[in-house]
Design a protein around this ligand. Sequence first.
Ligand SMILES: [Ca+2]
Ligand SMILES: [Ca+2]
Length: 340
Amino acid sequence: MNGTVTYTFGKATPYVMLPGGSSDYMAGAVNRALGQVVSASSSSGTDIAANAVDGNLNTKWTPTGQESWFEIDFGRETTANRAVLSEVGNHIGSYAIEYWNGTEWQAAYSGSAVGNQATNAFPEFRSSKVRLHILSSSQAPSIAEFQLYADRNLALAAKASASSNDNNDFSYSSYLVGEAAGNFTYRYDVQASRAMDGAMGSYWSASRESNGAWLQAEFKDIVKIDRVVLSEEGNNVSSFQLQKWDGKSWSTVHEGTTIGSLREIDMKKFSATKIRLLIAASDADPKIREFKIYEKGNALAGSLMWSPDSRISATNVGGDEPSLGLDPCEPRIHDRLSGL
Ligand SMILES: [Ca+2]
Ligand SMILES: [Ca+2]
């Protein structure tokens, strides 16, 4: 279907999701950098910074210096976990994709050569400003396009289960001066779903003597997976495997040693209905803060737009009918909508 679609909403609708007006290789995937406000350390002639986010591989940004940067100001906090860079030529020797954390620029990804195209996945960040910082280049580099995406964390929609969990009830009595004694029971929730809730503050904890413990994500349908990002509370795991379920049996797709605060695992793409983290050895009870599962390129569809007059038009470039949906990376927007 091609053409223009117009949605009309009641006055109370502050935000809507529009289908991605993009011919990207994932229909509907939204390049969050496209058309954003940019600035740069320098620009050469007509090769201005805006050319790096105009969606056209035939236009480019060329700084005058070899160490250079260009910056995108989204004007609001935006989530991203993957960038696609296209350089004209192959001159860049080292670069970083950085985001503003409120105090300073923080590197989300550090790379070497870019060339024709480089896809960089990194742990997701949320920020209003992102920049490409070119640290070294054999001559003034030219960037044809800088694209930024938020790939879905498939674990958020998966059913979580585990071999065990270490829910502990702590009961104690408390005496206040001049008051009667009180009895309290406190439970710290460490069930499997706490490792798939997108929040770093919560975790799944296996029960004691838990070598061989597993944490499983089960999907409604077959999904494709090529990336897992693990975060552990502490650093106790010393041997683990990622295993996929093909409908009949488990097979190992990755073997690793430690996890610690961050372990990024990129793999050859596979299909599965279930994936599990099998902890072969751990010095103490393993605690997994997040088990994030991705298919690189399976980006969140739709773009968030302000709707001051409650009337929006979008051009659909083909493929499926446009659909409205909410971005799970935008919890505050969820809150706003559900609060209406
Ligand atoms: Ca361009
Ligand atoms: Ca968590």
